[in-house]
Design a protein around this ligand. Structure first.
Ligand code: SF4
Ligand code: SF4
Length: 323
């Protein structure tokens, strides 16, 4: 285990047992701009003002001082930032692990700049007609091109697939395509917050979602490593969309910073008034003031896994160690 992962594990255990709060993981939405036109997203075609390089560098310094182990650059589309390579370098220089969440469309053209990132997560709802309908014309082809280029360059990469009414019955095809590409996939149901919701008809039908979850569980039991979600996460998904409380670690080991500098305990709370300005207060003070969160609708794959780790779920921990 690397020193950084060991530090994260220690901080998570301390937070759970002693109630300490350390922003081990940070979601940094470095831009509200997006070249995507996803039908379910409030950022689609976004073109707002972003914080400048210097401000993000200061926020990264604050994260390093506060004990952050991994920052995930997201957006909007983070690869639209001209300085994304500089932000990656600075984060790594400060000892932070860096992940980039992207729609993949610019991935092949920005590879050199982000080569020092520890990982890339690419949104992928294939097959092609589905993905193009959800994410816009040629979205699938562009994402595949980026994925192949990144994997070819040796960048650790995983896929993230949002299950909507358009693809909930196609998980086998998504897995088959992922295998062909040589990448693992983490699945999550379409959520109305913080994506913005779009057409409610895009929400997956409950019974079909459950069939999809059972299929993923079956594949995992067969030893299919293409499914990235932990078994504990999939078992949690069995309860979707009924209220299904997980012990929440948002605001305890996680914070989300939006493109305007507002910090929230959780990315699903970006419409709430419970926020602090990392811009005015600095990252550390904003985190100190942010109120730990909690809700009964935890369906984002990465936050479910984080909450399971924080809850010291041995199955989730074992799978996390073997990823
Ligand atoms: S889902 Fe992602 S890629 Fe699509 S419009 Fe929203 S931010 Fe852009
Ligand atoms: S329980 Fe709710 S507030 Fe907590 S991490 Fe999950 S979605 Fe966010």
């Amino acid at each position: 285990m690397k020193a950084r992962e060991l530090g994260a594990a220690r901080a998570i255990v301390a937070s759970r047992i002693r109630g300490t709060r350390v922003p081990v993981f940070v979601g940094a939405a470095v831009t509200s701009r997006c070249d995507g036109v996803c039908v379910f997203c409030r950022r689609a075609g976004g073109n707002g003002d972003d914080l400048d390089t210097r401000t993000w560098m200061e926020l990264l310094e604050g994260m390093a001082r506060a004990g952050t182990c991994r920052v995930s650059f997201t957006g909007g589309e983070p690869l639209l930032r001209d300085d994304v390579g500089r932000l990656v370098h600075e984060a790594r220089r400060l000892g932070l692990g860096v992940n980039i969440s992207t729609n993949g469309q610019l991935l092949d053209s920005r590879l050199e700049e982000i080569a020092r990132a520890d990982g890339v997560t690419v949104s992928f709802e294939g097959p092609e007609p589905v993905m193009d309908r959800l994410r816009g014309r040629d979205a699938h082809a562009k994402a595949v091109r980026g994925i192949e280029a990144a994997l070819g360059a040796g960048l650790p990469l995983v896929l993230r697939s949002t299950l909507s009414s358009l693809n909930v019955d196609r998980v086998d095809e998504i897995l088959a395509e992922a295998r062909t590409l040589g990448a693992r996939v983490s699945f999550a149901p379409l959520r109305s917050v913080p994506l913005g919701g779009g057409d409610p008809a895009l929400l997956p039908e409950e019974s079909l979602f459950r069939v999809a979850v059972e299929r993923l569980i079956q594949q995992k039991r067969r030893g299919d490593r293409t499914v990235l979600n932990s078994m504990a996460c999939l078992e949690h998904y069995r309860r979707w969309p009924e209220p299904a409380v997980l012990r929440c670690s948002a605001g305890r080991i996680y914070a989300r910073v939006e493109p305007d500098g507002w910090m929230y305990a959780c990315g699903d709370e970006v419409t709430s008034a419970r926020r602090e300005s990392a811009l005015d207060l600095g990252f550390e003070e904003a985190f100190r003031r942010i109120e730990p969160s909690g809700c009964d609708a935890c369906w984002c794959d990465s936050r479910v896994e984080m909450n399971l780790l924080h809850d010291l779920n041995v199955h989730a921990i074992r799978e996390a160690l073997h990823r």
